[in-house]
Design a protein around this ligand. Structure first.
Ligand SMILES: [Zn+2]
Length: 347
């Protein structure tokens, strides 16, 4: 029995030793497994590790995303188009989905897209401004054109009435001095006796009766002692020569009384009708208006050479001077004269 007992104890001892060793081995295997030295399931372990580490990364990525989305919210407010918003939203989604490693780039992209948006906005604003400016310019141009048109309208159809409308500004001493050239005749009995006028009662209009001659040619005629003269000669081009001071006597109207109480104006004319050119006509209007103002005369004091009746043996003779405005054979000539007198500017 003692041997059996001894063998039995021996067996238990071995069994326990074996179990102990087995447990130790198992423990060793587990410890090795968990320390990863043996490399069991390496790839899966790494994936698991990255997944395990993700939360911290995700948190950081989320914080970036949140920053981005905050920026984007601001940008959305600032941004101009939905497309840009969508692009930004997509980049946000991408930043959330994709690994953290790509995240730092996203804000840079967002920034660049923001810059682009700002640039586009500026461009759009500039375009709008340009358009506004252009439209303003166009409006201004249109206005200018309208003004031009209006001016053209007033200038183009110039009616004789408008053209002949003399104002006080047209007959200032300065303006008349520009219009009149003083070229006094030599004092001698034939044309410029140098006698003083008794008074100035009338302004007398004549025509030179020599078609196509100039004021200067007629001045020379006077200067050559031809027993005729006048105070003024108006050229076909409207220029005026003054032959003597307005307080002197000119041999112009054929009567002593007339010559000593009037200022005479000779007018050149291009043809035998005796019609004045527009230039001559307007200069005559100005000169007559100015003299009326100077001598306090009325339009009725402006007369034609015709109006001095010269007593002849057979009756009173009226010289047809100025012919186009004082011709008894053409009644319309007297109407022309009356029209001229109406156009004289009287203060
Ligand atoms: Zn005359």
């Amino acid at each position: 029995m003692k041997d059996d007992m001894h063998e039995q104890k021996h067996f238990v001892k071995y069994l326990l030793t074996f179990v102990f060793i087995f447990i130790i081995m198992i423990a060793a295997v587990f410890s090795i497994h968990y320390s990863g030295i043996l490399g069991f399931d390496t790839i899966g372990a790494t994936t698991t590790d990255s997944i395990d580490t993700l939360p911290s990364d995700t948190t950081s990525s989320e914080s970036i995303s949140q920053t981005s989305s905050q920026t984007q919210t601001t940008e959305t407010t600032e941004s101009l188009t939905d497309t840009e918003d969508r692009t930004q939203t997509e980049s946000t989604e991408r930043s959330t989905k994709y690994p953290p490693a790509t995240l730092p780039i996203i804000p840079t992209q967002t920034t660049s897209s923001k810059t682009t948006a700002t640039t586009e906005k500026t461009t759009v604003t500039t375009v709008t401004t340009t358009q506004t400016t252009t439209s303003e310019t166009t409006t201004t141009e249109t206005t200018t054109t309208e003004i031009t048109t209006t001016e053209t309208t007033t200038t183009k159809p110039i009616t004789p009435e408008e053209l002949h409308k003399i104002t006080a500004e047209d007959i200032t001493d300065e303006k008349m001095a520009e219009l009149i050239t003083k070229k006094y005749l030599t004092v001698h009995s034939k044309s410029r006796p140098g006698y003083k006028l008794w008074s100035v009662k009338n302004i007398v209009v004549h025509y030179v009766a020599n078609p196509g001659t100039s004021a200067l040619q007629n001045w020379k005629y006077f200067e050559n002692k031809n027993n005729v003269s006048a105070h003024f000669i108006i050229d076909i081009d409207g220029s005026i020569i003054q032959c003597m001071p307005t307080n002197e006597v000119a041999w112009a109207v054929g009567t002593k009384n007339g010559n000593y109480t009037s200022i005479s104006i000779e007018c050149c004319h291009p043809d035998s009708t005796g019609e004045f050119t527009e230039e001559t006509y307007i200069s005559l209007l100005k000169l007559v208006s100015w003299l009326c103002a100077e001598y306090d005369l009325d339009r009725d004091d402006v007369i034609r050479h015709y109006d001095y009746g010269i007593q002849k043996s057979w009756g009173v003779y009226h010289k047809a001077c100025p012919l186009y405005y004082a011709n008894d054979k053409e009644p319309a000539s007297h109407e022309r004269w009356e029209k001229f007198r109406e156009e004289i500017y009287i203060k």
